[in-house]
Design a protein around this ligand. Structure first.
Ligand code: PMT
Length: 401
């Protein structure tokens, strides 16, 4: 009964997957939660409100204009009571409403009035999901801190096969559990995370860099802090807000990252290197801006320090996790890095795959371990990937204890 007495609002919208919301309601109540359901008008075309009302033993919120709510402000009352608001399934239309802040039905009014965590589980046809408008709306919600449970790939109601199926209900319930009853399995640990790109200057205004946004590393830092760790985040230049609870050390170049990581290494029991460190830097930085038309036909480069390889040499009992950003022979190249750099885990990241790698909010990775094991993860939000990596780290810590 891990969700015992937790007050959850379940928003159901007009997708064929609305029938799965009935089972979701059952799973949540079985776990001990008190669930109230709010339905859009379109949802009622797929499932009768009576079904939800009977199973939840609570009135279903339907019509804002109903006289039943005339003596109280229904959307405020419902949102104030809730400890979590989950919208599953969420159609493209509801996602757009939430992203735009439209308050034109009960569900979208509750979203605007709510101060609790919000979870959105999209379900729609694959072409709709890939449309720029839907992607932008989901990105906007993510930026606002809404938890998106990424849809699965498989047969769709249209007869097509693709991404768009409502995520597995166990995945949605797992995410709700994580938010309402966060694990504290990293309490007492110090986790050192690196994130973002490095910049290697050519002159005072130009640099060599890469497309890393820092999102993957920041998600790991945030997840580790939420699980009770002391977190030191060594970050290259990014536009991201510091993750709550993490001590952030900002650096610019690979050399600065190298020094910062080594300076903090002593206290860290776990190091996770998600940063995209430049492998080469210009041998010389011009003091003044190199003028247009000047002799810049060639830039001489030299290797930067390989921070992870250095950590591998000094490993000891510390858990060491590296990433491998690859575009070809992904697993073989990642395994070679795991062995060469003396790692416990390597996260193989196929950065050529749509929705994975640099700058996006999602990632699809395979985790390889030192015993030859591999765990392929589906496309997940970077925060979910972070938690999956930390699950592996905590398993290694338990084994070592
Ligand atoms: O930041 P995002 O936009 O969210 O994108 C995430 C990501 C794609 C950057 C991330 O998921 C990722 O794959 N990070 C590793 C990028 C990388 O530099 O990979 P690599 O295969 O070149 O390096 C292997 C490992 O060695 C990495 O852990 C890297 O941090 C480390 N390294 C590399 C070079 C160097 N000089 N020092 C290092 O420590």
């Amino acid at each position: 009964m891990t969700l015992s007495r937790k007050r959850i609002l379940l928003g159901v919208t007009g997708s064929i997957a609305a029938y799965k919301a009935v089972e979701l309601l059952r799973l949540l109540t079985k776990a001990g939660a008190e669930v109230q359901v709010v339905m859009t008008e379109a949802a009622t075309r797929f499932v009768a409100p009576l079904t939800f009302e009977t199973l939840s033993r609570q009135e279903v919120l339907l019509d804002m204009w109903s006289l039943a709510y005339s003596h109280r402000i229904g959307h405020l009352e419902a949102s104030q009571r809730a400890q979590l608001f989950v919208v599953a399934p969420a159609t493209a239309r509801t996602i757009a409403r939430l992203a735009l802040g439209l308050a034109d039905d009960f569900l979208s009014c509750i979203y605007l009035a709510s101060r609790c965590p919000v979870v959105v589980a999209p379900a729609m046809d694959c072409d709709m999901l890939e449309h720029q408008a839907v992607r932008e709306n989901l990105a906007r919600l993510r930026d606002r801190g809404v938890h998106i449970v990424e849809p699965d790939t498989g047969p769709l109601a249209s007869g097509m096969v693709g991404r768009g199926r409502l995520a597995a209900l166990s995945e949605i319930v797992g995410r709700i559990r994580l938010i309402l009853t966060p694990r504290q399995d990293l309490e007492g640990q110090t986790v050192l995370v690196t994130a973002g790109p490095t910049r290697e200057p050519l002159d005072p205004v130009r640099f060599l860099s890469n497309r890393s946004s820092g999102k993957m590393g920041y998600a790991i830092a945030e997840a580790a802090a939420a699980r009770g760790a002391r977190v030191i985040l060594v970050s290259g230049p990014t536009a991201l807000a510091p993750p709550p609870g993490a001590d952030v050390i900002r650096v610019e170049t690979a050399e600065e990252m190298y020094r910062a990581v080594l300076a903090e290494l002593e206290s860290a029991g776990v190091v996770i290197k998600a940063a995209a460190v430049a492998d080469y830097r210009p041998t010389h930085k011009a003091d003044n801006k190199i003028k247009k038309g000047g002799a810049l036909s060639e830039v001489a480069l030299e290797p930067t320090p390989d921070i992870l390889a250095e950590l591998g040499k000094r490993k000891g009992p510390r858990i060491l996790v590296g990433f491998a950003a690859e575009t070809d022979d992904v697993l073989a190249n990642a395994r070679a890095k795991l062995q060469r750099k003396n790692l416990d885990l390597v996260v193989a990241n196929d950065v050529g795959r749509v929705g994975a790698g640099f700058d996006v909010d999602t990632n699809a990775v395979t985790i390889l371990d030192a015993t030859g094991g591999t765990e392929e993860l589906p496309l997940l939000s970077k925060r979910e990937v972070a938690d999956r990596i930390l699950d592996r780290v905590t398993a290694l810590l338990r084994r070592a204890a």
